[in-house]
Design a protein around this ligand. Structure first.
Ligand SMILES: NC(=O)c1ccc[n+]([C@@H]2O[C@H](COP(=O)([O-])OP(=O)(O)OC[C@H]3O[C@@H](n4cnc5c(N)ncnc54)[C@H](O)[C@@H]3O)[C@@H](O)[C@H]2O)c1
Length: 329
């Protein structure tokens, strides 16, 4: 089995590659190594992966269909795909909207076309909890309507789900979308809260806390996300007992913690682990942000055996240990 992992130099892609390599899979990684955040962090992740035997890397922009077509013709033995490359981040989609249509719409289409040519056994792709937009009903369930995105990022992620459904319908591509909820952990993204808060606490800088701290998130530890992603990769829609063979082989799942944390508790835990006090500046909620996310993971547990195991005390301790060592602080 050869697995293509897109976004291999990214936070989640890197960890998914590590886990798959540990169990002996052959991995082909793709990433364009863009500078949305510190490229050195992406290069450091890639260096770790490239030191391992079964890992091959291609620097490719997935929105470049010609380059993708050439890549596919050279790698016709790929039979599963974990598509994690994207332009991530809600707030940046107000600043640079075209980065989102390029990576998340054009790029996603290239991956669907690649899967069509490769006749893959399963495509697993990253969606996002942000598709729930302004929904008031909690917890967020995959049965809920998701027609009101409140950021362009969310609109592109919802588009990925619709395009994938269409390709599954037209070409029978077994595909599953995972709606990730706020992921954190070692090697994490510098634009996300755990990283921003830890950096500010270490450097004694002010922390902007939006909606005056009145936020709740399903902070989900990276190892739990990887376990869910790999379990999903191993379970194409057709393998599920409750799947009707006449149905379109496409599904979506929530992948996140079912325990919501108060943002202020998250910051308090970080302060205790780092041993320094945070200097907090309270601000209004940002456009495109949601106040509360809570995941209903009943289908994910039923079909994929997914149950998050890591509490934030343990997860943040691991994150801070990595941060201290990587940045020598
Ligand atoms: N981290 C989270 O909390 C979270 C939450 C919801 C959804 N997601 C989704 O999960 C996936 C992985 O997120 P992440 O946190 O690892 O983000 P990340 O930014 O660390 O990783 C994405 C990787 O994709 C690469 N990439 C971007 N555009 C590309 C292109 N056009 N061609 C090739 N490579 C490209 C980037 O260089 C990066 O290394 C993304 O699809 C993201 O939208 C993440």
């Amino acid at each position: 089995m050869t697995i293509l992992v897109t976004g291999a130099a990214g936070f989640i892609g890197f960890h998914v590659c590590q886990r798959l390599l540990q169990r002996g899979e052959k991995i082909i990684g793709i990433d364009n190594l863009n500078d949305y955040y510190d490229v050195n962090l992406k290069m450091a992740r890639l260096k770790n992966l490239s030191a391992q035997n079964n890992f091959t890397f291609y620097k490719i922009d997935i929105s470049d269909h010609k380059q993708m077509e050439t890549f596919v013709q050279e790698n016709l033995h790929i039979n599963r795909v974990a598509h994690l490359a994207a332009q991530a981040g809600v707030r940046y989609s107000l600043v640079n909207p075209y980065a989102y249509t390029s990576a998340n719409i054009e790029g996603h289409l290239s991956i669907l076309e690649a899967c069509r040519t490769l006749k893959v056994k399963h495509l697993v792709y990253a969606s996002s909890s942000s598709v729930y937009g302004a929904n008031q009903k909690l917890p967020f369930s995959i049965q809920d309507p998701v027609d009101h995105p409140i950021s362009l990022y969310a609109a592109t992620k919802r588009s990925c789900e619709l395009m994938s459904y269409n390709y599954s319908h037209l070409f029978g591509i077994p595909a599953t979308g995972l709606r990730f909820f706020t992921v954190y952990g070692p090697w994490g993204r510098p634009d996300m809260s755990a990283f921003i808060f830890a950096k500010a606490i270490f450097e004694e800088q002010e922390i902007p806390v939006f909606n005056h701290g009145n936020m709740q998130r399903n902070f989900t530890y990276i190892d739990d996300i990887v376990s869910g992603t790999v379990a999903c990769l191993d379970t194409p829609p057709s393998a599920l007992l409750n799947a009707d063979p006449k149905c379109v082989p496409h599904r979506v799942y929530n992948l996140g913690n079912n325990q919501a944390e108060q943002l202020m508790h998250f910051i308090d835990t970080l302060q205790k682990i780092i041993g320094k006090k945070a200097n907090i500046r309270f601000e209004d909620i940002q456009p495109g942000d949601v106040q509360k996310t809570i995941a209903d993971i009943s289908e994910t547990t039923r079909d994929l055996g997914f149950l998050p195991k890591t509490n934030i005390e343990e997860g943040l301790q691991n994150f801070v240990t990595w941060y201290r060592s990587f940045y020598a602080v």
